[in-house]
Design a binder for this molecule. Structure first.
Ligand code: ACM
Length: 260
């Protein structure tokens, strides 16, 4: 499977321009699955609920329609984060758009900091979906901090976790080596980079998008700064083997009666 790992810095609220830049990054690359960051085309630093409402979209929204057209015409699968509107509720969501136009949405389970002021807690739970015969699961940024997120996806059969992020703390890139190792899965973290200012609020994102493999190795890490797309070929079958040695299997050896 060829993963197109996309590192990106949108301009706050400039959805159309950001979508155009996102499409341009993909259009000369050949990947089975492109993965973009969290809230990829809206920006992240919201000060008010009305800003969130302004850029929110449902399945008929501009960025989803545009990426859906691209996915179907170029035969690509694409994951990206967006502000989802469902009635009068707003979610920090990520969508998997498949090359036949099917789609599935994941709503962020673990909201970070002031996201709690603007978004509902995700209610989709973690799921996995078949992409070209490979089981792919989605997670969003701060979900990484809760080992249960990636463990649940792995137990559900995920071989590849598409982790769209707007990371602001410095730990995730190192931590995800262990998350990959302990679950024997690939984790592709597509992160944002650079600074975003909205009045008195500033966020600085850490870049260094990466893919870790079931051995806990970083197989690609992008620089701290810069819009980049890097296509990396992985062997997802490696994530099917949950044995560490002939006596230990990470799932069969779980002792659930001692866990809460
Ligand atoms: C984060 O969850 N965007 C830090």
């Amino acid at each position: 499977m060829k993963i197109g790992l996309v590192q990106f810095r949108p301009e706050l609220f400039q959805v159309k321009e950001n979508v155009e830049r996102g499409i341009n990054l993909m259009k000369n690359e050949d990947a089975d699955l492109f993965i973009f960051p969290e809230l990829a085309f809206t920006g992240y630093t919201f000060n008010t609920k009305s800003e969130v409402e302004w850029v929110a979209e449902d399945i008929k929204g501009y960025s989803i329609r545009t990426f859906m057209d691209f996915a179907v015409s170029k035969k690509n699968n694409i994951v990206f984060g967006f502000v989802e509107k469902d009635g009068d509720k707003y979610y920090n969501s990520s969508i998997l758009i498949k090359d036949n136009g099917d789609y599935k949405i994941y709503r962020k389970t673990h909201l970070f900091y002031e996201e709690k002021l603007f978004f509902e807690k995700g209610n989709t739970g973690f799921w996995v979906e078949d992409v070209r015969g490979i089981k792919v699961g989605l997670a969003i940024c701060f979900d990484w901090f809760f080992p249960e997120s990636f463990r649940t996806l792995a137990l559900k059969g995920a071989q590849v976790i598409a982790h769209s992020a707007n990371l602001v703390m410095p730990y995730c890139q190192e931590a995800n080596k262990i998350r990959s190792l302990e679950n024997r899965v690939f984790i592709a973290t597509s992160n944002r980079w650079g600074e975003e200012v909205n009045l008195l609020n500033t966020n600085t994102f850490t870049g260094m998008s990466q893919i870790t493999n079931p051995k806990g190795e970083v197989i690609i890490r992008l620089p701290q700064k810069g819009d980049k797309v890097k296509v990396v070929e992985i062997n997802p079958d490696e994530a099917l083997n949950k044995n560490i040695n002939k006596y230990n299997n990470i799932f069969e050896d779980r002792v659930k009666k001692f866990y809460i």
